[in-house]
Design a protein around this ligand. Structure first.
Ligand code: ADP
Length: 596
């Protein structure tokens, strides 16, 4: 019950008002009853005295002795009826002569009244009154007595008495009225306080609801506008607060969205750790690179996420010294990769609260650098051999062989052959570099494969004839035209057919086939040559890669033919592949899009 009352301000206020009013009214009742009783008694006492005086005036001529008792008794009864009071006559020695509420026998048995306060005062010559419980009629009585004078001396006492029950009745009447008014007033006060407290608590309840919504993250919640009183001001302040929080949250979330968009779209891997080295955040590039889930990283120690001691040490230095650090780090898992790591301290009010690590993947850059180095080494090596040969034979000629008719022709032929080899090498290198750099972008046109293949086969006929290799072009008549650069397609077929003839057995055969499937044409160049071993197959399209270098050189190869094929096919949007079994020949296939 108490809980139910104290849960609402309006109930508390009404209860308080009710209790205060009840207390106030009880106090008023107490004080008022006392004052009223005093006033009523004074009033009744003076009335009784007036009546006693009037009776006394009428009794002055009467003998006031026991002898006249009978007459006095009937007079007392008569006055009692007239005044509605108990009337008593007392002689000057205190004996009761008559009493309107007693019978004659009772009067005789009455004790002397000289000691009664009002009687003794009256016998002394002054009117007096007193309140006493009357054993005779068993009630609280108000007695008023006045001396009966005859020729200036006191002959007896006239006493008039009234039951206080009448006074109490009057007071009870007044109290009843007051109680009725009080109940109405308390009810009215409770209703008024309920109404008032509601008008206070309702806006407060609404504001509390709005504050709760704000606390739950609904920043659009607003208090209804009110009169500009205290509630209105409080509501307006709450609305202003909500608006400020909303715009601050909006600005923060926008900033966060920008930041996360930047982080998400960064190609660099980013990871933030706190001062204890536990991961705070990672970006998608990092999770992609290291093959991990974002939720698996946050909160974990750095080394558990990226198992690399150098990176961990780098972060430790950054956190310890609050300085930025940079390093090139090789990571072995999940794939071997080289990163340029930049680590910066995360500072808040001059205090280092963590570190941010940015990993820039430079694997490709390092690979390209290596390729470049290898390329330079390969080219130098390829050129060095014919150059050394040319120099040696030129020297031999200069130092006398020029006059030796038997050998000089052969020496000059060797010089010419080596120069040709260098020329071919340079041509192939230029070709490769122009395709790679995009300077020789394919000039796409519809090309008939059969025509192109026939022309290439015709140009290679002397080579094929020398080895007695049969070149078979089996291209269907209905094969769609290809979307290709005619010159570059020729180059591809020349390189493939040249190899297929060169590395073929004597009296072997080369077959060129083609088939179309949905807008893709697959071209196959099949030979009956020596074939390529499985370990060499994956590297066959690399520059300068040759299975048997001596044989390739002898056959006039540069090791660039297949690299050129791959580059041209890539530039055409196709793919190239090879299947081979040593001793059973090789099958090279490439795809190209159709023209339509
Ligand atoms: P090369 O100038 O040596 O022919 P390529 O790039 O054309 O250079 O070929 C690279 C190597 O691949 C050759 O040296 C050879 O060992 C091997 N190869 C290419 N085509 C064939 C083939 N049809 N049969 C066997 N081996 C081949």
């Amino acid at each position: 019950m108490a809980h139910w009352v104290f849960r609402k301000f309006s109930r508390k206020l009404s209860l308080m008002v009710g209790v205060i009013l009840v207390c106030a009214m009880a106090l008023t009742d107490l004080l008022l009853t006392r004052a009223l009783r005093r006033q009523f008694i004074d009033e009744v006492a003076s009335n009784l005295l007036v009546q006693a005086d009037l009776i006394e005036m009428q009794l002055r001529s009467k003998t006031f002795s026991k002898k006249a008792g009978g007459e006095l008794q009937s007079m007392a009864k008569q006055y009692d009826r007239t005044c509605d009071c108990r009337v008593t006559f007392v002689s000057k020695d205190g004996a009761v002569l008559a009493d309107s509420s007693l019978t004659t026998d009772e009067i005789i048995r009455m004790e002397n009244h000289k000691g009664r306060p009002e009687i003794s005062t009256a016998l002394a010559g002054s009117p007096g009154h007193s309140i006493r419980y009357s054993e005779t009629i068993r009630q609280d009585m108000l007695y008023a007595a006045t001396p009966l004078r005859l020729n200036g001396t006191v002959h007896g006492v006239v006493r008039v008495a009234m039951s206080l029950a009448q006074v109490e009745q009057k007071i009870a009447g007044v109290r009843k009225t007051i109680a009725t008014i009080t109940i109405f007033m308390i009810l009215a006060a409770i209703l008024a306080s309920l109404w008032m407290s509601r008008s206070i608590s309702q806006p407060l309840a609404e504001m509390s609801r709005i504050a709760e919504k704000l606390a739950q993250g609904d920043y659009s919640a607003r208090v209804r506008p009110r009169l500009p009183d205290e509630h209105g001001q409080l509501g307006a302040t709450l609305n202003l607060l909500a608006q400020k929080v909303q715009s601050a949250i909006h600005a923060l979330s926008q900033e966060k969205a920008h930041l996360s968009a930047i982080l998400s779209n960064m190609t660099e891997a980013v990871i933030a750790v706190d001062e204890t080295g536990h991961v705070l955040a990672v970006n998608p590039a990092l999770t992609r690179l290291f093959g991990i889930q974002p939720q698996e990283c946050v909160g974990k120690p750095f080394l558990e996420v990226i198992r690399n001691n150098r990176l961990s040490a780098l972060l430790n230095i950054v956190i310890k010294d609050s300085t930025r650090q940079q390093d090139e780090v090789k990571v072995l898992a999940p794939e071997e990769a080289v990163f340029e790591a930049q680590a910066v301290p995360l500072l808040m009010e001059e205090r280092c609260i963590g570190a941010l690590l940015v990993l820039h993947d430079i694997t490709r850059l390092r690979q390209l650098e290596q390729i470049r180095k290898d390329f330079v080494a390969n080219v130098s090596h390829e050129i060095k051999t014919p150059l050394a040969s040319i120099k040696a034979f030129a020297e031999t000629l200069r130092t006398g062989a020029i006059d030796d008719p038997a050998n000089r022709k052969e020496f000059v032929e060797i010089i010419e052959k080596d120069a040709d080899r260098m020329m071919r090498l340079v041509d192939d290198l230029l070709e490769l570099s122009s395709i790679e750099s995009g300077r020789r972008a394919p000039n796409f046109e519809p090309v008939a494969l059969a025509e192109c293949a026939m022309a290439v086969a015709a140009s290679l006929a002397p080579l094929a004839d020398r080895k007695q290799v049969r070149v078979d072009i089996r291209i269907p008549d209905n094969l769609p035209l290809l979307r290709a650069d005619n010159g570059q397609l020729r180059q591809v077929l020349t390189n493939l057919l040249d190899n297929a003839i060169k590395f073929n057995k004597d009296e072997g055969s080369v077959t060129v086939k083609a088939s179309a499937n949905q807008r893709i044409v697959t071209v196959v160049v099949q030979d009956t040559g020596s074939g390529i071993t499985a370990e060499n197959l994956p590297r066959i399209f690399e520059r300068f890669y040759r299975v048997d270098k001596a044989r390739s050189c002898e056959l006039g190869g540069t090791g660039l033919g297949l690299a050129i094929v791959k580059h041209i096919i890539d530039a055409h949007g196709g793919s190239v592949g090879v299947e081979s079994k040593p001793g059973q020949g090789s099958t090279f296939r490439f795809t190209l899009p159709t023209a339509a």
